[in-house]
Design a protein around this ligand. Sequence first.
Ligand code: GRF
Length: 262
Amino acid sequence: MPLGSADEWLSLQTPALFRAALPFSFYSVRSRCRFLRTMTAPLSLGVLISGSGSNLQAIIDAIEREELTARIHVVISNRADAYGLTRAQQHGIPTVVIDHKEFSSREDFETALIQSLHAHQVELVVLAGFMRVLTPFFVRAFPQRIINIHPALLPAFPGTHAQRQALQYGVRIAGATVHFVDEEMDHGPIIAQAAVPVYPDDTEETLSARILAQEHRLYPHAIQLFAEGRMEIRGRTVVVHNESRAPHATLRVPDTTNGQKD
Ligand code: GRF
């Protein structure tokens, strides 16, 4: 399939279009498709976690504040002791534990994940601190329908301990990235990024907390763009339709202007 084609864009939107019972002949009318997407049912999410679930909480809160037109159909954890499971249960969200250690192969584990996500009619798979590497087998089950948040400005510092990597490298600006998941780790097309300053006395903990606060704002916002059908993948680039712009905005670190305009 050619990159950036109407087919590719439509493959991203198709379930939304089905929900809207849109006649097939309308599929090539992009603006109309996007418009109709906003009138359909909430986007159904499956959130995969392994731990605290503070990003999950941010998504739950955004839905409850009606800033995110979505519904979490299931939260799946590979660890029974993940606190995120408690967070989900407190909000009446179904939870499932699928412990990777109980499977003899990655494919068997991922088959169980896929079956559960399908059983809960999940449209978009949201990785939120899920600490298992997903293989191409899983990724192909949800093409362009898996997103992840990573605590670095990708492509810098992929993999584990991204904040520690940033400190060790000595960068002055760090941040978070929401991206589509492809068959390489921390690599797929970038949806959204947020930047934060790094200070000389930062520790891994202080920098992680500063980045995490931005993650909690960024992730629900990125999911809402998907729910509204405003994203189009063109090769490695995600085009966000009707994106607001601030072409002169900067984050300068250190800021030698003392907050004054220069
Ligand atoms: C976040 O830093 C996220 O970027 C990374 O894992 C962490 C998950 O934190 N992928 P939480 O479980 O959402 O609190």
